[in-house]
Design a protein around this ligand. Structure first.
Ligand SMILES: NC(=O)c1ccc[n+]([C@@H]2O[C@H](COP(=O)([O-])OP(=O)(O)OC[C@H]3O[C@@H](n4cnc5c(N)ncnc54)[C@H](O)[C@@H]3O)[C@@H](O)[C@H]2O)c1
Length: 359
């Protein structure tokens, strides 16, 4: 029996979930809801067997719908999660789980008393490369874990293109890296210092580096910026995880197609090269389906609490960057050129799916 689900939000992520859910054959996508007529038109064309709607209430009122997928933007999430709880549906949601820290913690309180399956997409936790590195560390191969250096810089989403409720890049995207650092450390953030750059003189920093400590003494450095050569002729990126122990190291890098993991342990040296795996939505949707079918939450499903913690530190580190010298370099004219270039790009980093895909 397929799991009857209603999807809310059919933009870049919603379409990706739709594809994966279709492919797996485990989901009956009964409804697709979007407030934007162009997204609904696209949904009608792609998914003729789904009911395409603009009023999400229909999904919550339909008692035969078992689960909801919440893939709109952060400003509508809290209300949708509350409606899902009140109508007794399983919840698969995008991050962040709301648009302010207070609302996120209200959701955590609500969900922790809820007996249905609820999970959030912290996709790095489901990636083969982070799992391989964590396993190697757990085997004692690098001695004691001491230093975490994580960096993700791409010519991605520019200020003003979308995701305004998700905050500047360091919160919107950076919260994944803040989460994965905490996942490796197995401890809570204790101290930090953040440095930002208001690239192109934009009001918010679009590049931030934060370093500090965890309660257990492990130190971190999380760098994130969508400022990496936006107007270069051939765009590139720089994304790595570099983990240093008392005896060995592990590290990874990727080009969005292939990920390479290098494990330099005391007794083993390995180089793993496998497909990157994108957002790993196939894994997430399968874990969710397994959990719904068995009635037992798979421990691999990320918790609302993990998302709230990562989001909270995303905002905290951004605030910290604002407390220090925060230079602005460049000008808004360059930012306008970047937006203009991205508007016409067919293949680029983090492009929001065009609204009018149907010709
Ligand atoms: N986990 C990840 O790796 C990851 C990556 C990208 C985006 N995201 C998250 O996914 C969410 C969606 O991002 P996206 O890139 O798909 O954005 P998007 O702008 O491409 O899509 C959002 C869609 O939701 C629709 N929408 C907005 N408010 C709505 C409402 N109240 N009801 C119904 N539909 C509504 C919009 O019309 C749009 O079609 C964001 O919150 C973002 O933080 C997560």
């Amino acid at each position: 029996m397929k799991i009857k689900v209603g999807l809310i939000g059919f933009g870049r992520m919603g379409q990706m979930y739709w594809e994966e859910m279709q492919k797996s054959g485990r989901w009956d996508i009964a409804y697709i809801c979007d407030i934007d007529p162009a997204s609904r038109e696209l949904a009608r064309n792609l998914s003729p067997s789904s009911r395409i709607i603009s009023d999400e209430q229909e999904i919550f009122d339909d008692q035969s719908v078992e689960a909801v997928g919440l893939f709109a933007l952060a400003n509508s999430r809290k209300e949708q999660i509350e409606k899902a709880v009140h109508s007794g549906k399983h919840i698969l949601t995008e991050k962040p789980i709301a648009d302010t820290i207070d609302k996120e913690w209200e959701i955590v309180d609500l969900i922790e008393k809820y007996d249905k399956i609820a999970a959030v997409n912290l996709y790095l936790r489901n990636s083969w490369y982070h799992q391989a590195m964590k396993q190697f560390i757990a085997e004692g191969e690098i001695g004691e874990l001491a230093i975490l250096r994580i960096c993700h810089m791409t010519p991605g989403l520019a200020p003003g293109e979308g995701h305004e409720y998700e905050g500047p890049a360091y919160h919107d995207c950076g919260m994944h890296y803040i989460d994965i650092a905490r996942w490796y450390a197995g401890s809570e953030y204790k101290s930090w210092h953040a440095q930002g750059m208001r690239m192109w003189d934009y009001k918010d920093p679009w590049w931030v580096q934060c370093h500090g400590t965890f309660e257990n003494g492990i130190v971190f450095d999380v760098t994130q910026g969508f400022v990496y050569g936006q107007l270069s002729q051939n765009q590139t990126h720089n994304a790595y995880t570099d983990i240093i122990g008392t005896k060995g190291i592990v590290r990874m890098t990727h080009d969005f197609r292939t990920a390479i993991v290098e494990l330099h342990g005391v007794s083993r040296t390995l180089r793993l090269e496998k497909p990157f795996g994108g957002k790993n939505l196939d894994k997430l949707c399968n874990l969710m389906a397994d959990s719904i079918e068995s009635g037992k939450r798979d421990p691999g499903l990320p918790l609302m609490r993990d998302s709230a913690v990562a989001s909270q530190y995303g905002w905290t580190f951004l605030d910290d960057a604002r407390c220090h010298d925060l230079p602005g370099i460049g000008n808004l004219q360059t930012l306008e050129e970047i937006r203009e270039r991205r508007r016409h790009m067919k293949d680029g980093y983090g492009l929001l799916r065009p609204k009018k895909t149907i010709v």
